[in-house]
Design a binder for this molecule. Structure first.
Ligand SMILES: [Zn+2]
Length: 110
């Protein structure tokens, strides 16, 4: 029922998202594979449009629908690089300490 033609990369995280049309007629992105934890029913209608709707107790999932997770629920854009840098790079400091220690032990009289 699903096709690769429905997949478009998310502009936030770059992951593939299956694009459906919500009941309001708006594009609604869900994760590509069905998810038992999801809350969105997705089905393809007769003209071939992938349609989604919110599942509720009043309107449970139907047999021709798949339960999907809205992509926004799991969208995790790559975290921006930390701009704060430590005052002294830890690796260089460790290297310097190790050098000092080596010299001291070298000079210790026997
Ligand atoms: Zn995303």
């Amino acid at each position: 029922m699903f096709s690769k033609a429905d997949l478009r990369p998310c502009r936030h995280c770059g992951k593939p998202v299956r694009w459906t049309t919500s009941e309001a007629g708006r594009p609604f992105g869900v994760n590509p594979e069905p998810d038992p934890e999801g809350n969105t029913a997705v089905m393809r209608d007769a003209p071939g449009t992938l349609r989604s709707r919110r599942v509720s107790t009043a309107r449970p999932l139907l047999s021709h629908e798949r339960l999907m997770m809205p992509h926004v629920a799991t969208c995790a854009p790559p975290t921006p690089e930390v701009t704060q840098s430590p005052r002294t790079p830890p690796r260089a400091a460790q290297g310097r300490l190790a050098t000092v220690y080596d010299l001291a032990s070298y000079r210790r009289p026997r």
